[in-house]
Design a protein around this ligand. Structure first.
Ligand code: NAD
Ligand code: ZN
Ligand code: ZN
Length: 395
């Protein structure tokens, strides 16, 4: 089959690789019909190369048709239409029974000290081949699937794999009081969808990014927006000016570790990245580089006693936590990978022909799988109006 493979920093290629087969009786094989590129893939593309091996298959946002099932799978049939959550979870361990599916104790690689195995995250999360491919092996398939009805285009359901539950969790964790306000930092696919969900729940939403097309997409839906480039590190003042000098009740950080900073800061970050872990984080703080992260903006923007929901991914040596300010402002901080299946029943009623969240038109690009290298490039460089890109393996 054909699959999108990581080959080096900012280098991916579509290769012919062996078809996946059933290995465990709890496996299923899915014929992938649509598979998205995510901001998380960009971390692997750009900064987390140390955890990747050439040839690793990327991708964790697929929808498709069940092609084959293992002997223990009873609630799936060949031909079923399924979305596959980005995390692999058994549905039956201590963590899964608490709906903490990203912490599944059956699939986590314990000596790595990380949560549940994820599709397409290489050695970082269990070395499971990803879903940007013609076919995907799904381990723990008895639980790791969401059945969806025939009929509507893949766009209606494919975001259940990640974008919708992730954005939903970010809004839940933001604990916005009824009729309250939330600032969303980063208006990529996750922040964009979080803004739509927060609006749907009746909150006042202020969206911040620096990509004009991304700001415009949400302005059209009635979100107040601020362009980061107009305010720089005065962005907190800009939000306070809109909120009686207080800041918003909650802030969602939908940026993560690849936050925009000045070119000099970027260079310095790369240099600090070469240092051993124990020295790198304090060095970041001493040099003031932590202040460039979106989390620093979130801490500045949130009102006293408010809540910050971190949904952007932080990892490696970028550690932007100013603990004294967090303590002094009595900030509640919540974060983590999204527990996909926890939110699905809340979201499905919104996936109707009325389409209140605009999922049917959410993708800006639908491209053949073979064009993945181009797709990654325009998504990372924010060119050609790219916000959400779907790849089609069987065009
Ligand atoms: P993306 O890279 O398309 O979006 C990030 C956006 O942040 C971009 O539009 C960028 O211009 C903007 N930005 C950069 N620096 C900024 C700053 N300082 N202030 C405000 N905006 C800034 O990615 P995405 O697909 O929307 O994903 C966003 C984040 O969410 C990524 O870190 C991704 O890994 C993470 N994520 C987390 C989960 C989870 O389960 N927690 C799931 C999916 C994605
Ligand atoms: Zn994703
Ligand atoms: Zn489990």
């Amino acid at each position: 089959m054909r699959a999108v493979t990581w080959q080096g920093k900012r280098k991916i290629s579509v290769e012919t690789v062996p078809d996946p087969t059933i290995v465990e009786p709890t496996d299923a094989i899915i014929k992938v019909t649509t598979t998205n590129i995510c901001g998380s893939d960009l971390h692997l593309y750009e900064t987390l190369g140390a955890f990747m091996n050439p040839g690793d298959i990327l991708g964790h946002e697929p929808i498709g048709i069940v092609e084959e099932i293992g002997s223990d799978i009873t609630d799936l049939e060949v031909g079923d239409r399924v979305v596959i959550p980005f995390q692999i979870s058994c549905g039956n361990c201590f963590m899964c029974n608490s709906s903490l599916y990203t912490q599944c104790e059956t699939t986590q690689v314990r000596d790595q000290g990380t949560g549940a195995a994820l599709f397409g995250f290489s050695e970082l999360y269990g070395s499971v081949p990803g879903g940007q491919a013609e076919y995907l092996r799904v381990p723990q398939a008895q639980f790791t699937h969401i059945k969806v009805p025939e009929g509507p285009d893949d766009s209606r359901f494919v975001y259940l794999s990640d974008v919708l539950p992730t954005a939903w969790q970010s809004v839940e964790y933001a604990a916005v009081p009824p009729g309250g306000s939330v600032t969303i930092l980063g208006l990529g696919p996750i922040g964009d969808m979080a803004a739509r969900i927060a609006q749907h729940k009746g909150f006042r939403v202020i969206g911040i990014d620096r990509v004009p097309e991304r700001l415009a997409r949400l302005e059209k839906r009635g979100v107040e927006t601020l362009n980061l480039d107009d305010y720089g590190d005065k962005i907190g003042d800009a939000v306070r000016a809109l909120t009686d000098g207080r800041g918003t009740d909650s802030v969602i950080d939908a940026v993560g570790m690849e936050a925009h900073g000045s070119p000099i800061a970027k260079l310095a970050q790369q240099f600090i990245g070469l240092l051993p872990d124990a020295i790198a984080a304090p060095a970041m703080r001493t040099a003031g580089l932590d202040r460039l992260g979106a989390l620093y903006s979130a801490i500045d923007i949130v009102r006293r006693g408010g809540t910050i929901s971190v949904i952007g991914v932080y990892g490696g040596k970028i550690d932007p936590l100013p603990l004294m300010t967090l303590f002094d402002k009595q900030i509640q901080l919540r974060m983590g990978q999204a527990n996909v299946k926890k939110w699905v029943n809340d979201i499905i009623p919104l996936l109707t022909d009325d389409d209140p969240l605009g999922v049917d038109t959410f993708a800006t690009h639908q491209l053949p799988l073979e064009q993945a290298p181009h797709a990654y490039e325009i998504f990372q460089k924010k060119q050609d109006g790219a916000v959400k890109i779907q790849l089609k393996p069987h065009l």
